[in-house]
Design a protein around this ligand. Structure first.
Ligand code: MLT
Length: 262
């Protein structure tokens, strides 16, 4: 299904139930939420989608911004007429979610932030994004993705996860213009740290114990700034905790949902 703004959208479960929207990380697509979708569709209306430029949501001219990603999310909420959905975002999905809370918290019911951060890119990270774009231009998107994706998983997850090779294959086949557009969007995003202490809706913070991109210590600090939020450390997981330890993550999310939304 396509939304009015041409985003590929996937809906599962009954639309009569409370809605959860899942926003994937970079450079993935909605498939990374497979285990969460299967588990939560029984009791919730599940909406996932491909961020513009990735999966089946086309990049068009590739001129993407984090703000345009947040516009896309708002259009999904409005098009589907969702009443205060709970939103779960991983990494880049979390950047989108944190900016969405800042822009329209009144439209959201609760937030689940997985392996993400509120700070904008440091100079070092911006230079890494630029080097990534150069690599895509000179060596191709397949090489860029094949080098990047393994850095997000533990060695054990790479060897044992049923979904790892599917996730890698899907991202390797991404549109280069979309991947470069996402790198530019992330490099140009604003810092959302100041709004953390103003967040009033329930928040759950989830982090893989071996996450090197958004490490546990920095996510604990993020959790401390959001009043009443809970922090969950996921064993046997790096940056892709919902994929690497889905049972543990699903239980943490379930407990959060039962506490605030049942
Ligand atoms: C992601 O998983 O979305 C990316 O690692 C985020 C980033 O590169 O900052």
């Amino acid at each position: 299904m396509k939304t009015s703004n041409n985003i590929s959208l996937y809906q599962e479960g009954s639309t009569l139930n409370k809605s959860i929207i899942f926003i994937h990380g970079f450079p993935y697509d909605h498939f990374m939420w497979k285990s969460q979708i299967r588990f939560f569709k029984v009791n919730y209306n599940i909406v996932s989608y491909d961020i513009r430029g990735l999966g089946n949501s086309f990049a068009s001219d590739g001129q993407l911004t984090l703000e345009s990603f947040v516009d896309d999310l708002e259009t999904i909420i409005d098009d589907l007429n969702l009443n205060k959905p709970i939103i779960c975002g991983l990494s880049m999905g979390g950047y989108i979610l944190l900016r969405a809370v800042e822009r329209f918290e009144h439209k959201l019911g609760g937030i689940i932030l997985c392996d993400t951060k509120s700070e904008a890119d440091s100079n070092e990270t911006k230079l890494r994004r630029a080097a990534g774009i150069k690599k895509i231009n000179t060596e191709g998107v397949k090489k860029f993705v094949a080098d990047f994706v393994p850095t997000c998983f533990t060695e054990e997850s790479i060897n044992n996860s049923d979904d790892y090779s599917e996730i890698l294959t899907r991202s390797i086949n991404s549109d280069p213009a979309g991947v470069k557009g996402c790198l530019l969007a992330m490099a140009g995003r604003t810092d959302t740290s100041e709004y953390l202490e103003k967040i009033k809706i329930p928040a759950l913070i989830i982090c893989g114990e071996k996450d090197k991109l958004s490490p546990p210590d920095s996510m604990k600090e993020l959790a401390k700034k959001i009043n009443g939020s809970e922090f969950i450390l996921v064993p046997e997981a790096a940056h892709m905790s919902p994929v690497e330890n889905p049972g543990f993550v699903n239980e943490a999310i379930e407990n959060f949902l039962e506490k605030y939304f049942k």
